[in-house]
Design a binder for this molecule. Sequence first.
Ligand code: GLC
Length: 530
Amino acid sequence: MPENTWWKRGIVYQIYPRSFQDSNGDGIGDLEGIRRRLDHLAWLGVDAVWLSPFYPSPMADFGYDVADYCGVDPIFGSLGDFDRLVGEVHGRGLKLIVDFVPNHTSDQHEWFKESRSSRGSPKRDWYIWRDPAPGGGLPNNWNSNFGGPGWTFDAATGQYYYHAFLKEQPDLNWRNPQVRAAMHDVLRFWLRRGVDGFRVDVIWHLMKDEGFRDNPVNPAYQADQPDINRTLQIHSTDQPEVHGIIAGMRRVLEEFDDRVLIGEIYLPLDRLVTYYGENLTGAHLPFNFQLIHMAWRAQDIAALVEEYEGAIPPGGWPNWVLGNHDQARIAVRVGAAQARVAAMLLLTLRGTPTMYYGDELGISRVEIPPDAVQDPWERNEPGLGLGRDPQRTPMQWDGSPNAGFTTGRPWLPLTPDHGTRNVAMMQEDPSSILNLYRRLIQLRRRHLALSVGDYVGAHADGQVFAYERRFGTERLLVALNFGHAAQAVPLPEGVAGARVLLSTHASGEPAIHGQELALRPDEGVVLALS
Ligand code: GLC
């Protein structure tokens, strides 16, 4: 039996708390709402829930601007609600992962208020303060990820502070040992309350170049791109010293049993895998977002999987993500038919899958009218298609008003087809993507080959990507047709027989003629080989 702790074997399900279930009619989801919907997660069969931030926050970036790391924002409930939720999650044999946002606080955090109060403040060095450039102006050319300069001038003390995101999100100075100690205590606070791990926000941002050198100009920048692309983030992110910081967090987790550290990292593969850390002292799971940005073509995806499998350090465990609260939904990116193929890919690759709430309903494009826009990035840089509201719309539960999400006015619109695209209706429809997700999850649970088995590439051409998963004597073949035409796929050599375990198509079966599998358009299948 390979070592197969929960975060390797299991499936993670991300909940954006504002949008899962409202329990008090204010149009915004909350912790009590999540508690009431745990049946859905049990029915679906996932193993762990990751909650995006629910901490006290002015909500300039919807909770990613934390004003108190050790509390619950009244919009989301109370610490009592949180404790009840952890208890019930655990009572159902599930795990709970929370978001940890260490790169920046809210400008309303007591630490920052203290820090900006004077140059002599004991917390001055908890944040990143710099004098104006000689002759005045910005200390360097670092941009904000949400548009405009990454520096804001504080007239009262005559210095600039750095913020990689909004000016309401000042970056903490992780070079300061007091900051590290205070943040480690935040981790312990939640670990003692029973959380099973953390998803660490923008973990590759935590350390910046000590000399604050200018970032190089990006020669490929084009005017239709966000501001942040004007320069290459060479000196403002991904510094060698970050790995020591992550190892420090990891040591805190190891004071407790079997907790997981997941890092949010948007970097090319060769950089990403360094976040496993030297001798695996880094993140257990550096989030792998490569499927989000890769062209949806069989050969490209096959090459990506091979490259990723080859790049992971010995003993490191892979993971896969199709979407999250920052990225256009998978059904928007690849269409309804391919979203089913994508589900099969996610749940049959080697490595921990992270699902995003609502993807199991195939939620697709939701138009956000200009006067309903919420996302600060869209407001700062309108019209470039950067807005993240469409992937944050409410979960759709049933045929009641607002699909059962709220009795009030939802903070973002639902999909126009929420009357039918909802959990209650789709559970009744054997051909729904919801039931496909559930069957895939059940299949993954039943077959160790899928959850912890080896990956062996089998076939890739212009339209089809096929691979085996193997454990002991069991061999499964996953064959995915990325195209809209029927396609024949050779079975691996020496295979005597093949039996269909699951198809993304709800009815009929792909034909197997001798050594050939005939996939229908947009079809994925899992076969048992003998
Ligand atoms: C991460 C979060 C995103 C947030 C940003 C700043 O990328 O996922 O939602 O806006 O960090 O905290």
